[in-house]
Design a protein around this ligand. Structure first.
Ligand code: MN
Ligand code: MN
Length: 468
């Protein structure tokens, strides 16, 4: 074979993975930037699942989505949503075809790892006031000390009212912090493994140091803090019992890199896919062939259990309601439906190359990563999509010029993780995982590539617009 023949054969037979920037149409560059600017605003507005749900509803209503009321008549082109207990959102754009033909679903999650306040959080020690926390989701504890934190959530009062708490997000607000040992006295701590060097019970938020009242009294710093909280939110110490208060990094999204090609932020997992799934739905200009459904779920980071998680019957109820409007059994709809479980994957990090398997890793700027399976210890906890489903998505994405790559989380024995995919697949919905590769996933400040964000949006659109 001569040189040109080999080249030809190579092009014909071997896969040719290319950096997304060598494939991105020049005309798309402005759209990428515009999309990412909107995504960054979405992140800043929604640092908790409640705030993210509220922002999603606001954006949906702007685009003509109405709250679904049971029994409502629904016709092709109608746009409805249900907000589940303020923490998860399900939206549908009713398609031209009957739901017997199935729905095209994108499911992402809007909860992220964070520090929740305990039900009895407030205490004083050595004349400093603190909140005790209980971490939510998989965090590396050492990453959460000595960074500015803000607090969001609600205190539900006995009289039915709720106090909405926001400390640290507004301009000029004070922030909270968890202290750490100085290196001078950290010799013993420094010898410990990362996972145990910072015990969970030391993740206490520093709240105040100024005492009030008579110097004979004790607990004066705690009292001063409680007085401030009472003045601002009308709550007393007992109200923490029925509160959900979440400490999250007090950092807004920003461009990363001299070339501004990346975005650094808290909560890319999984708001980067949630935004893509939502925005693609809201941007559909024509009535889709099949009903397009977007699910923004809560509780993924702790196993998708609970009323607002993906295992909740809330999703089945929503779909049953849509199906009832067309006299279609929901089970018949599910068996013909397709779901893209839109969740992030790990981006190959050259600094930690030994945990990745280079030939099957997802790379920054190579587009949305398709994961046939996730899971750990031999695919446990994965729905493991069938080959036909992967082929279906290849066809959809290639048809819409979506830049995509195939991805595994890391080396077979390095660990693993799961998504909502198996909970959709268990419902007899054909499901495949796909999402944006993330650097430093689950850290208080994660990094994604702008190109990958954009391609994920295009991928979601292709799912919603599929004819079959
Ligand atoms: Mn996730
Ligand atoms: Mn996660």
């Amino acid at each position: 074979m001569d040189k040109s023949e080999t080249k030809e054969l190579k092009e014909k037979l071997l896969s040719n993975r290319k950096n997304g920037y060598d494939r991105l149409a020049a005309a798309e560059t402005a759209a990428v930037e515009d999309y990412c600017a909107r995504y960054m605003a979405f992140l800043d507005a929604g640092k908790t699942e409640r705030l993210c749900a509220a922002e999603s509803v606001r954006l949906a209503e702007e685009k003509g989505y109405r709250p679904y009321v049971r029994g409502m008549e629904l016709k092709a082109g109608d746009k409805v949503y249900v907000c589940n207990r303020g923490k998860a959102v399900m939206l549908a754009h009713i398609g031209r075809k009957s739901l017997t033909e199935g729905a095209q679903i994108a499911a992402a999650h809007i909860d992220s790892p964070r520090l929740d306040l305990k039900p009895n959080p407030l205490y004083e020690e050595s004349e400093l006031a603190y909140f005790k926390t209980h971490y939510y989701g998989g965090i590396r504890k050492y990453q959460w000390v000595t960074i500015p934190l803000e607090l969001h959530g609600v205190a539900a009062l006995k009289d039915g009212r709720s106090a909405v708490v926001n400390i640290g997000a507004d301009e000029g607000d004070p922030r909270l912090v968890i202290t750490d040992l100085l290196p001078h006295l950290g010799q013993e701590q420094a010898k410990k493994p990362l996972a145990s060097a910072i015990p969970g019970e030391t993740l206490n938020l520093l709240l105040g140091s100024r005492p009030i009242g008579d110097e004979e009294e004790t607990g004066r710093v705690k009292l001063a803090v409680m007085k401030l909280l009472n003045e601002k939110y009308g709550i007393t110490e007992d109200d923490f019992t029925s509160a959900e208060l979440e400490a999250v990094p007090a950092v807004n999204a920003c461009d990363i890199g001299l070339d501004r090609s990346m975005i650094g932020a808290y909560g890319h997992d999984d708001r980067v896919c949630a935004y893509a799934a939502l925005k693609a739905l809201l941007d559909l200009e024509e009535t889709p062939a099949k009903t397009a459904v977007c699910v923004l779920a809560d509780k993924e980071e702790i196993g998708s259990d609970g009323v607002t998680g993906m295992q909740s019957a809330a999703f089945d109820t929503f779909m049953e309601d849509l199906c009832a409007a067309q006299d279609v059994p929901v089970r018949a709809c599910f068996e013909k439906s397709f779901c893209l479980s839109a969740d992030v994957t790990a981006a190959y990090d050259p600094d930690y190359a030994d945990v990745y398997e280079k030939r099957n890793a997802a790379y920054l700027n190579y587009g949305i990563g398709l994961c046939k399976y996730t899971g750990a210890r031999g695919k446990s906890g994965a729905s493991d999509a069938d080959a036909e489903t992967v082929a279906y998505v290849r066809r959809l994405f290639d048809g819409a010029d979506v830049i995509w790559q195939i991805a595994e989380l890391g080396k077979v024995d390095a660990g693993g993780g799961g998504t909502v995919a198996m909970y959709m697949a268990n419902r007899n919905i054909t499901t495949l995982d796909a999402g944006v590769p993330v650097l430093s996933m689950h850290a208080p400040f994660e990094v994604v590539g702008k190109l990958d964000c954009w391609e994920t949006y295009k991928g979601m659109k292709a799912v919603y617009q599929a004819e079959n």
